[in-house]
Design a protein around this ligand. Sequence first.
Ligand code: ARG
Length: 571
Amino acid sequence: GLISKAARIHEEKIVPLIQVSNPKTSSEGEFLLPIKPLIDIGVLPPDSVESGTAQDTIANLTNRISCQHPVLKAVSNKYGIQFSVDQALLIKSVLSKEQEDREQYGRRSDLFGVRKGEKVVVEYSSPNIAKPFHAGHLRSTIMGNFIAKLHHALGNKVVRINYLGDWGVQFGLLAVGFQLFGSEEALQTNPIQHLFEVYVKVNQAAEEDEDIHRQAREFFRLLEHRDPTALALWTRFRDLSIEEYSRIYKRLGVQFDEYSGESMYSYRSQQVISQLREAGLLQITERGTGVVDLSEDNSMSFYSTVTRSDGTSLYITRDIAAAVDRYERFKFDRMYYVVDKSQEDHFRQLFKTLEKMGYTWADRCHHIKFGRVQGMKTRRGEVVLLEDILNEAQRQMLDNMQQAATTKHMDNPEEVAETVGITAVLAQDFRGKILSDYKFDWNRALQSKGDTGVFLQYTHARLCSLERESGMLVPDSCDPALLQEQQALQLLQQIAGFDQAVHKAWTELEPRHILSYNLQLSHLVAAAHKSLKVKGSPKDVAEARLLLFHAARVTLANGMDLLCMTPVDRM
Ligand code: ARG
C-alpha cells in the first residue's frame, strides 16, 4: 500500500516500525498501524499509551509522515495510528498543472535528500577494439546509461566516460594482421567488424608462424615509443572504430562525454610505478614482477601485480593512472565503474591500492558489478557485434508486427520495430537484480502481453491514441469529485508513487524498481482504460479522465526515459 512505500523513504527510525507492523486496511485508502509493535520495539514506553510521552511520540511520528507525504492524513488514538489518503489532495497533487510541471512528474528529488550538484563520474560500455562486443558490454552500456540518466535527472552533474580497451600487444598483432589480410575499403566502411576479422585471422596465422608474434611485439614497442608511422595506423584503427561505435550507440540512445582508453595512460602508468616505489609500496618478486602488498586486508588476494618483469605496465596500473587523472580533472564526489562481476577482484585491488597510495577519495569509487547474460544469440550465432543484437531485435520485432493489422497503416514500421525491439531487450535486462545472471530469450522478450518492454510501448502508444482521438485538449485541472471510481483512484495512487520508485532505484542502483513500477502502472492503465471511457462521456467527466490518462502517460514516458527507452506514439 501507499503507506508502507511512503514510510520506507523516511528516516531510518521509521523503517522498523513499518516492517514489524501489520497495517490493517480499514477501508479503501485507510491504514491502521497498531500501537503494540511500536511498544515492542521500544519506540513507545511500555507502561501506557495514555501517558503523555506516548501521545507525544505518536503525534510526532504522524506529523513527520504526513508532512513528508502530504496526501496522507494521520490521526492517532489508543489503538493505533490511523492513516488515510486524502483523495482530494492526492488528485490535486497528481493532476494539477500549476503545482507541478508535467515533465517533472516523478522527479522531485528534493524529497529524498539527494545532494544536487554533486559530481558523478560514470564509466560504462568500455569495449575492446578488435575484440567481440559481448553481452557483458551490452549490459554495461545500458546499466551505465541508466545510472548516468538517473543521477542527471536527480540533479547531479554527470560525466559519462567510455574507457576503451585500445592498448596492448594485441594492437601489434592487429597491425601485422592488417598488412597481411586487411582491406582499406573494408576498414573505411565496416571498421569494427573488419578489425575483428583481421584479428581472428592473424591469431590463427600466428599459431603457425612465430615470426608474426615477433613482428607484433616490435610494432607495439614502436607504438609505446610513439613512432609516428605506427601511431598513425593505430590512430586510424581507433578513430574509425569510435566513429562506428558512436553511430551504433546512437541507435540505443546512449551517449558519452568522452572516449578515453587504456592508451592514454601507458605513459602515466610509468609515473604510477615510480610513485609506488618512492612510497615504499612496490616489491619486486623473484620473477621480476612488481607487486603491491595488500595482505593487511584478508579479503584481498595477497598482491596486486603492477609491472611485468620488463617494467611495462598492466591493466591495473593504467586504471590507477586513469583514476588519478579523473580525480584531478573532475574532483568527483562519486565514481562508478559499471563492469561485470568477473572483474570484482580487479576493482577491489584497484581501490585498495589507491587508498594505500594515500588518495583519500579512494572510497568514492564504486564497482557496479552485474551478472552474466547467457545465450544471447542472433541468426549469425553467438553475439560478436553490438550491431547484430540491435538488428536482430529490429528484425524479430518487425516479423511480429507484420502479423498485426495496424502495421499496414504505419508509415515507418522499421523505425517503430527498432525502437520497440530495443525496449524489449532493455526490459528483459532490467527485470532482475543486476547482480543475478539471466538467460536471454528473444521470444519472452518480444511478447506483447505480460511484463515486457513491448507491453510498455503498447501502453504508451495506446494512451497517445486516446489523447489524439478524444478530439479534446488536456485540461489544466479537474474537479476531484469526478474521479472517484476505484480504477481512477488506484491509477492516481500509482502515479503518486513514482517518486518512491525512483528513489528506491537510486538508493539501490537497481533499475528493476522503475521497470516494475512502469509495468504496474501499465496494468492499471489497462484496467482504467476498459472502464473509464473518455469518448461519449459528459464533457466534464471526459476531461477529468483525459487529464488522468495524460498524467499516466507522462509518468510512464518519464519512467521509460530513465530506463533509456524511447516511448513510441503509435504501434
Ligand atoms: N575493456 C575492459 C573489458 O572489456 C573493461 C574495462 C573496465 N573499466 C576499467 N576501468 N577497467 O574487459
